[in-house]
Write a new protein. Structure first.
Ligand code: GLU
Length: 382
């Protein structure tokens, strides 16, 4: 029984994959109805539920004669299919939730929306207001407008961002597989389901294989990345088979289904998590040895005197990578100064900032509170 792990859970993000609610002919309305029945029961038990649902492309693709796996379809065609399918998807949820006296609200997001702190906070306010009114928010990527640079790319990733956005304690990923296996169950009949993961080590990540499913964009790889993001934020993550009717409810009943990833023991604060995972770095600062030590060993903010060189063009509020003199990246932070301003003040003392620029935003180029340790590879932004 896993009840104990769910004891502190109040707000839950549930990610519903295309493979769960659609097949080659489009949406599977029965499955959507069964899921909404479970959502209703969970709400009756006092949980706040936010859905992240895929299925727009799957719902619209037949109209354009599209066949084949999502990654083989061109972006404009996928976007056109999503434009056709998104309203169908919402209609299906609206009808199914209505059976239980519930209302749905559509939230379409791009990564760019969440990387901008004001838009991020606005999206958060909207979601909180919907929850207050007892409405079920249903999030999807705004597929029709995204280009590569501002895409989440897959809804596993989006669901992890949403978990941070609404500060949920649990992320449930409904998939068309039972969970994480120690090898690919489609190839190896002896593959075993891993019931619990305490820490996402490289060995565990290697178990994910590489293949995506037929209808969804992600495979186990993107699910593990999502689990990593969510657990680092302090939210437990369950990957379960959403095609089996009422599995969602069974999970909350305490049954040991799928794979459960325990929340990190030392979770990141929401803002740091946002810097680590949502903001894309726009440039690089190379620090001298003194500044490197001050930041890494003494937990200090970054001052202009310790910056040796900078790369790239960035604005105030953008994220930049921090590197040592050998070019090794070790942190990421949000800069208080633009690259143009920085070229004029690097290597200078904080007391000189104002006389050089004629103004100053503060002594720190990157305040400690706006900095996260680790490489982009760890944050999957490379
Ligand atoms: N946003 C896409 C859709 O609704 C799904 C992306 C994914 O499969 O993760 O069809």
């Amino acid at each position: 029984m896993r009840t104990i792990l769910l004891a502190h859970v109040k707000r839950v993000v549930i990610k519903i994959g295309s493979g769960v609610i659609s097949d080659n002919d489009g949406l599977d309305l029965d499955r959507i109805a069964t899921l909404c029945e479970d959502v209703h029961k969970l709400r009756q038990r006092g949980y706040e539920i936010i859905l992240v649902s895929s299925g727009a492309v799957a719902a619209g693709r037949a109209d354009l004669g599209i066949t084949g796996k999502p990654h083989t379809i061109s972006l404009p065609l996928k976007q056109a299919a999503a434009a056709i399918g998104q309203s169908r998807l919402m209609r299906a949820y609206k009808d199914a939730l209505q059976q239980h006296g519930l209302k749905a609200a559509q939230i379409l997001l791009t990564r760019d929306d969440l990387a901008n702190r004001r838009r991020y906070l606005n999206a958060r306010n909207t979601l909180m207001t919907l929850l207050e009114f007892g409405i079920v928010p249903i999030i999807n990527e705004n597929d029709t407008v995204v280009v590569d640079e501002i895409r989440f790319g897959d809804n596993d990733n989006l669901s992890a961002m949403a978990t941070n956005l609404v500060e949920a304690q649990l992320l449930v990923i409904l998939s068309d597989v039972d969970g994480l296996y120690n090898s690919d169950p489609r190839r190896n009949p002896l593959a075993e389901l891993i019931s619990e993961v305490e820490r996402l080590t490289p060995e565990i990540e290697a178990m994910a294989g590489t293949e995506a499913t037929m209808l969804g964009t992600g495979g186990m790889v993107t699910k593990l990345k999502a689990a990593k993001r969510a657990t680092l934020f302090g939210a437990g993550t369950a990957i379960i088979n959403g095609r089996t009717p009422h599995n969602l409810l069974y999970l909350f009943d305490g049954h040991e289904l799928g794979t459960y990833f325990l929340p990190a023991r030392d979770p990141m604060a929401a803002r740091k998590h946002w810097i680590a995972f949502t903001k894309k770095p726009k440039g690089k600062l190379i620090l001298d040895d003194g500044a490197y030590k001050a930041v890494v060993e003494r937990g200090k903010s970054l001052l202009p005197s310790g910056i040796h060189r900078l790369d790239g063009s960035f604005e105030r509020g953008d994220a930049v990578r921090l590197c040592d003199l050998n070019g090794n990246e070790f942190a990421k932070g949000v800069t208080n100064y633009t690259s143009a301003e920085l070229t004029r003040i690097i290597g200078k003392k904080t007391t000189e900032i104002e006389s050089i620029l004629g103004y100053k935003y503060g002594d720190e180029i990157i305040h400690r509170d706006n900095m996260v340790m680790g490489t982009g590879k760890e944050y999957n932004d490379q």
